[in-house]
Design a binder for this molecule. Structure first.
Ligand SMILES: [Zn+2]
Length: 403
């Protein structure tokens, strides 16, 4: 099958005007200009998309579809612990069926906005077998043992049992303030043994920095009250604490570190040692909702980190559109080119998911995940892609068209 469009944005070199791709089974077998492709494949069926840009399907590097049903229910909180309290209250009222519906609705919405691959954290790995995902999904079991750190190994083993039959899965020790040192270590061990990915929330809020570095503040008091041992507080920063727990990272397991808003100069230096295996996920709209400290995009980029974008959950965001996420990032960092921003939802997250030679580009041999976006002019195609704010009407996942 030949798919032709006014421009093919490969993310693998300059956009190709009057471009086309050839798809056989689930992969691209050729990418080029339409005349050249038509000549080489004269018997192939042609799908002509006309005035559209064809680009790789988008990849959401961080979300929690569990909470799709909480959209608009939590007003902007005064503090991060206030938000945790609010979401815990909402969660207490939800049933397993509510979560399943929430995840299904989330998948449908993500797909509608052109996402073809998603890194989704779920606090309910036991429900995953009851859900069929319409897009490529990395299921990460979100693990919290703050109320009972003696159960960490058991928690991890259970999660592995629930997820191991999924095509792509991994583990997400939630954050250094809710997951114990032992939980982090168990996750690392599994990641090493089974060759799966890890993700964690790190240095998101100033309350977390206050808690770890100074043993004070609202998060410190909130967690003390629920019985967390606070002996790891009062010396290190959140990143310092994370590195302390995961120095067994020698195997250099890829890690998707989400947020990284609160960083000291020393944190950045120490993290930089791991830049090859460590990707950073920024969630621009969730970041704005909480009013976190400015994201260190420039410095992280200069240090060579792979930076990706994610939507986070709808308990702190309006929708699951990565186009809207790119626009929010552009407002935050107007000096960054639209092309670089598009990389953060294609090439960069593909690399973060250890799929840098499979996903994120339209390139011969890569998996045929594509979306089409209408284009009005032939100039500034990247800018037009970023401003697209409608549902995506044509996409392929593994070469299969949904229109
Ligand atoms: Zn998150």
């Amino acid at each position: 099958m030949i798919i032709r469009a006014r421009v093919v944005v490969t993310m693998d070199g300059p956009p190709i005007e009057n471009g086309a791709v050839v798809v056989a089974r689930n992969r691209f077998v050729e990418v080029g200009t339409f005349p050249q492709i038509a000549k080489n494949h004269s018997r192939e069926e042609i799908v002509d998309l006309g005035d559209h840009a064809l680009l790789p399907g988008l990849i959401n590097a961080h979300c929690h579809l569990d909470y799709t049903c909480l959209r608009g229910t939590i007003p902007r909180p005064k503090s991060f612990p206030d938000w945790i309290r609010a979401i815990n209250d909402k969660k207490a009222k939800l049933s397993a069926d509510d979560y399943i519906q929430s995840i299904k609705d989330g998948f449908a919405e993500a797909k509608r906005y052109g996402t073809t691959t998603i890194a989704n954290l779920t606090a309910f790995p036991e429900l995953v077998s009851r859900i069929e995902s319409p897009i490529r999904t990395w299921w990460f079991a979100e693990l919290i043992d703050v109320r009972d750190p003696t159960r960490s190994a058991e928690l991890v083993d259970q999660a592995v049992d629930f997820l191991k039959s999924q095509e792509h899965w991994g583990l997400a020790p939630h954050a250094p303030f809710t997951a114990s040192e032992n939980l982090y270590r168990c996750c690392e061990q599994i990641a090493m043994d089974r060759n799966v990915l890890l993700t964690t929330h790190l240095a998101e809020s100033h309350e977390e920095m206050e808690m770890f570095r100074e043993a004070k503040g609202q998060l410190f008091h909130f967690l003390t009250k629920i019985g967390r041992s606070m002996t790891d507080c009062g010396t290190r920063t959140p990143v310092g604490e994370f590195l302390e727990r995961t120095r067994a990272i020698e195997g250099n397991r890829p890690y998707l570190a989400v947020h990284l808003n609160e960083l000291t100069g020393t944190d950045l230096e120490r993290l930089a040692e791991f830049r090859q295996s460590f990707s950073v996920v920024h969630c621009p709209r969730s970041h704005k909702y909480f009013g976190h400290s400015a994201f260190h995009f420039q410095t992280l980029g200069e240090l060579g980190f792979n930076v990706c974008l994610g939507t986070d959950s709808l308990a702190s965001n309006d929708d699951l559109s990565l186009f809207a996420e790119m626009r929010a990032f552009q407002k935050e960092f107007p000096g960054i080119t639209p092309e670089k921003i598009l990389e953060m939802v294609t090439v960069n997250p593909a690399r973060a998911l250890d799929q840098g030679s499979e996903l994120g580009k339209i390139r011969r041999g890569f998996v045929a995940d594509m979306i089409a976006v209408p284009i009005e002019r032939s100039t500034s195609v990247f800018e037009q892609i970023l401003s697209f704010n409608q549902p995506v009407r044509w996409s392929t996942i593994e070469g299969r068209i949904s229109a």
